[in-house]
Design a protein around this ligand. Sequence first.
Ligand code: XIL
Length: 385
Amino acid sequence: MQRRRQSAVVAGVIAAVVFAVLAVALPWHGHSKRKGTGTDPLAGVTLREQAATRDIAIGVGANSQRLLDPRYQQLIGSNFNSITDTNAFKWDVTEPRPGEFNFTAADRVVSVAERYHLRVRGHTLIWHNQNPSWLTQGHWTKAALKAVMKRHIMSVVGRYRGLVAQWDVVNEALTTAKPSGRYVLRSDLWEKVIGPEYVADAFIWAHEADPSAQLFYNDYGAEAPSRRFDAEYRMVARLKAAGVPINGVGLQMHRPVPKAPPYYPTKAQVSTVLRQFADIGVHTEITEMDQPLPLPPQPAQLGLQASLFEQMTAACLSVQLCGGVTIWGADDSDRYPVLIKRDLGAATLFTTSGQPKLAYRGVLAALIKAPGPLAQARGEPQTVP
Ligand code: XIL
């Protein structure tokens, strides 16, 4: 956290500049290209610049195919400082045939990240979905599957050693056992053939392949205190106590905007979860936030969406070990198959034509209002010098 302390001084200076800018109420400029009214309190500030003053990653879940379009690259590079590709690092893409790797899409993500100075999150190494059929339909002994898993992790993480800062090593390993309702390890290929030790194995091999990478467990549905969160917390605490190299937990946060209250999870609930992990030295990030709406989106829903984006970002900013917030999709054209099937969309910060939405201003407002890095460490509100 040394970096946070050092950046506190810089943050203070930048905060003063921001307030000076607000005082003279400059119109919107730069990436949004919108004309301001002259009284816009968020005028002249961009998401990426403001994120830098808070020492937080504001990330995007991108589509590697669309990265071929320079306008898409530009939208990402000017507004975000972190990138996760939503598919390019998954097993079916990176190792479509046994031992034959294809890094075309992942390489493109990494090269765009280098061009725009974006941090890269690698998503994901071990999951129950988006695996090639040779893997899911193979007849495996425990030793053979372990060897395949090790080769995959060593090859993928090894290739991007020093380039991918953070890996979702294991994704969505927990599920509800029926009929007890208890949360247990999902009975997928990994658990059935290797047993529960596959989780620790994956982290150990990822660490061996890149000792400098931050290694995360990533899951959905554990964003608020709940039985699911308890199960996740117990698993992570146990891994850490056993000396497994796990650095953090990702909260996916795919949450459709509800029509009416209660809104779940609340900012307080999310902060509680983040703080409990921080208390045992575990870093956190919101890794896949989107807020899908029924299409076409209604103005009131877009306003509510903005306030939910603001609250979730503020929850992360309220806990020192929460290092980032990633929005799953760069603009509202980034709709993944489940959303298309349910006629949901408009889930991101930018319209289909790349204009910033109220949701963008929600995230920006959270960044502007947040106490600075030093104040976070002390738990005090930041005073502007
Ligand atoms: C989704 C991608 O966004 C889609 O493009 C793909 O078709 C399916 O997967 N949890 C995860 C993500 O961890 O990898 C999923 O991403 C969404 C749910």
